[in-house]
Design a protein around this ligand. Structure first.
Ligand code: GTP
Ligand code: SPV
Ligand code: MN
Length: 593
């Protein structure tokens, strides 16, 4: 106990609820030491040195990548684990049919056994952090207790960590209580448990990404969505960007695409030459918190402070802003390393190096069948490194949203772009979003599944009620954003992407912006509004027009099958499946037949 008293004396707070909770959790986990993090530069240097000494971080070539380090996670711990993620509400119905559920008492007692003594010989870091801009009415304080120095260093990049959080908290007791222990990384003893009623998250047995950085998916989305429903706002898996036109008008757009389906890339888009004078500014690349402003519009903030982005496929042609962002002060996880201590992954610019060290630290030779970087390898980079960072990113009120875009990864069926007929129909487009699974979560890759609003793995309560919340919000937003659907990933019969994507997505974005301001016409189809012939600006785009025709085509047969699958999903939602959405489906079915 003497050790804990010393730790408490050095704590940068006298908040009684916080001190007593840290005391209780430390008594449970029995760490060797308790260290309070302040988010300072001096602390970053000290923790980084310790991480290097203990092999948690490998310094990269400091001339080429100043301040950059590589981390290799356990090969059994490389992505979010949806099957081990639980919503622990008093009743199973509150968690709903799309979440794993555990009764809170059972979950606490099961995990208490795992946490008991789990930090023996280890350091417990107390990480106070803020999600949301300082002064925002939506900003939330979280405290993550973790035994991972890697987590502490990542949280420092991803959140506003340290004093600003403790200052906002003051002597209040309403902070998110996050407890994280790496444990022995045995997947049999891995649990990511959320207790929305207690504003508590307990995560055991993983050190990776969304499983362990508790501010991100756990607090900002799962707990956030639960709070959003009771308090009348949205916590969404959305990027936020501003499109500035040559005359200086900026239109803000939010977009929900499932994990590894293009949010970071879209948020950092650089318009092609044809769009001289246009500029895209990044507000956020993964999460949006949105509330109704005094002007009756929907306003969005990015609760994060950095990017935990997918490395593979990132290069100077596809995403130059990301390449600039990761030039310094970045932690890379599970990427490959070059001979001169730089990073490499599949889809990087230039020739494939002859020799590399792969993501597991093994020698790798060009032509090797296995990937050098893990498909879910990532970079953790400060948002301030982004040359396209929006000036509005720290604005407590956020930015007014004119358009919401839903997009999935679909090889067939879904056309390049659609606009919904109205809010209710737009919610239907989002609710029925389908996407192929990716390496961002463990499990099979490339299987189409329903992923409503890209929130299937992130909704902290009953999915049917979540969709109902979306419908009900219409009455609270006098000037709602227009709703769109996109698909960058449609493929030809020979398996090639039909649409060039990345910067060229500006062509679609321009149409969306023009439609939001009611500046351009549209063509009505069974599915929604699409660009009239000639309205999608394709000038200077060096691809055969047949490919665009195929990317924008609508097949009645494919849509009949799609509706079948949507119907099955509504059935799964059971009694909470909103009637208004079922009717949308029936109307579409009638239009199709
Ligand atoms: P999470 O961080 O997991 O939420 O992912 P994300 O939605 O931010 O996806 P990200 O932008 O990192 O892109 C994921 C993968 O899709 C990368 O390998 C990209 O290169 C690829 N990608 C992104 N945009 C496009 C596009 O417009 N077309 C094609 N073909 N691929 C894209
Ligand atoms: C996602 O999977 O949507 C991510 C990565 O953004 S993680 O933080 O691991 O959830
Ligand atoms: Mn994400």
């Amino acid at each position: 106990m003497a050790k804990q008293e010393t730790a408490e004396a050095s704590a940068p707070t006298r908040n009684p609820a916080l001190l007593s909770w840290v005391r209780d959790m430390a008594a449970l986990c029995k760490p060797d030491r308790v260290v309070w993090c302040d988010g300072s530069e001096e602390e970053r240097v000290r923790l980084t040195e310790y991480a290097v000494e203990t092999g948690v971080l490998i310094p990269l070539n400091q001339k080429k990548r100043p301040g950059c380090y590589l981390h290799r996670s356990n090969p059994n711990d490389v992505a979010r684990v949806e099957h081990l993620t639980f919503i622990c509400t008093p009743s199973k119905d509150e968690a709903g049919p799309t979440n794993n559920w555990m009764e809170p008492g059972e979950a606490y007692s099961k995990l208490t056994k795992l946490f008991d003594g789990s930090m023996k010989d280890r350091t417990l870091y107390v990480v106070p952090y803020l999600m949301g801009p300082v002064g925002s009415p939506l900003a939330k304080v979280g405290i993550e207790l973790t035994d991972s120095v890697y987590v502490a260093l990542n949280m420092r990049i991803m959140t506003r960590m340290g004093k600003q959080a403790l200052d906002l908290l003051g002597n209040h007791s309403d902070f998110n209580r996050g407890l994280h222990c790496t444990g022995d990384l045995n997947p049999e003893r891995r649990y990511i448990c959320h207790f929305p009623q207690d504003n508590t998250i307990w995560s055991f047995g993983s050190g990776y990404g969304g499983n362990a950085l508790l501010g991100k998916k756990c607090l900002a989305l799962r707990i956030g969505s639960y709070l959003g429903r009771t308090e009348g706002w949205f916590a969404e898996h959305m990027l936020i960007l501003g499109v500035e036109s040559p005359d200086g008008q900026t239109t803000y757009v939010a977009g929900a695409f499932p994990s590894a389906c293009g949010k970071t890339n879209f948020a950092m888009l650089i318009p092609p030459k044809r769009f001289a004078g246009w500029k895209v500014w990044t507000v956020g690349d993964d999460i949006a918190w949105m509330r109704v402003g005094k002007d009756g519009r929907l306003w969005a903030v990015n609760p994060e402070n950095g990017y935990f982005g997918v490395a593979p496929g990132t290069n100077f042609a596809s995403n130059p802003n990301a390449m600039a962002t990761i030039a310094k002060d970045t932690i890379f996880t599970n990427v490959a390393m070059t001979k001169d201590g730089d990073v490499w992954w599949e889809g990087m610019d230039g020739p494939v190096p002859d020799e590399l060290i792969d993501w597991q630290g093994r020698p790798w030779k060009k032509g090797c069948q296995e990937k050098a970087a893990h498909p879910n390898s990532r970079f953790t980079a400060p948002m301030n490194n982004n040359p396209a960072l929006s000036r509005a990113v720290n604005d407590p009120d956020g930015v007014p949203i004119s358009a919401i875009i839903f997009g999935g990864r679909r090889a067939t069926t879904v056309p390049l772009v659609l606009q919904s007929f109205n809010w209710g129909h737009g919610v239907f487009l989002g609710a029925t979003l389908g996407s192929e699974t990716t390496a961002a979560a463990t499990g099979k890759v490339g299987v189409v599944r329903r992923d409503p609003m890209a929130m299937l793995p992130f909704t902290g309560y009953n999915m049917g009620q979540y969709l109902q919340h979306w419908l009900q919000m219409q009455t609270k937003i006098p000037y709602p954003p227009k709703i769109f659907q996109v698909n960058w990933f449609r493929k030809s019969k020979d398996g090639k992407f039909l649409w060039p994507g990345f910067g060229e997505n500006m062509r679609v974005l321009k149409w969306i912006v023009d439609r939001s301001h009611v500046r351009v016409g549209g063509q009505e189809t069974l599915l929604g509004w699409v660009p009239k012939a000639g309205d999608l600006d394709l000038s200077g785009l060096d691809i055969p027009s047949e490919l665009v025709d195929e990317a924008t085509s609508i097949s009645t047969q494919e849509w009949k099958e799609e509706l079948q699958s949507q119907g099955e999903f509504f059935e799964l939602l059971g009694k909470h499946a909103p009637e208004a959405l079922q009717l949308q489906r029936k109307l579409l079915l009638a239009r199709l037949s």
